[in-house]
Design a protein around this ligand. Structure first.
Ligand code: ZN
Length: 76
């Protein structure tokens, strides 16, 4: 393998790492956006909770309208 080709592969690897970093950053921003929307939904909705969960679910009650769980700590 030539030195030039090794440098090419290293450059390509770093470029892909940079791209992954950017996607991670975008994913975090979008996750935060979803979290803010869920927070608004939880605050604004006149909930209609139903029993939905299995034994190990984080919360057993979920709103039929906004799909939020009945645990307000999830939306702070
Ligand atoms: Zn609701």
């Amino acid at each position: 393998m030539s030195k030039k080709y090794i440098n090419y592969l290293l450059f390509k690897k770093n470029a892909i790492r940079d791209e992954i970093y950017n996607y991670d950053k975008i994913k975090k921003e979008l996750d935060n956006e979803i979290k803010n929307i869920e927070k608004q939904l939880f605050q604004q909705c006149k909930h209609n909770f139903y029993r939905c969960g299995n034994y190990d679910d984080i919360c057993k009650l979920k709103c039929k309208i906004c799909h939020c769980y009945s645990n307000e700590n999830l939306y702070k």
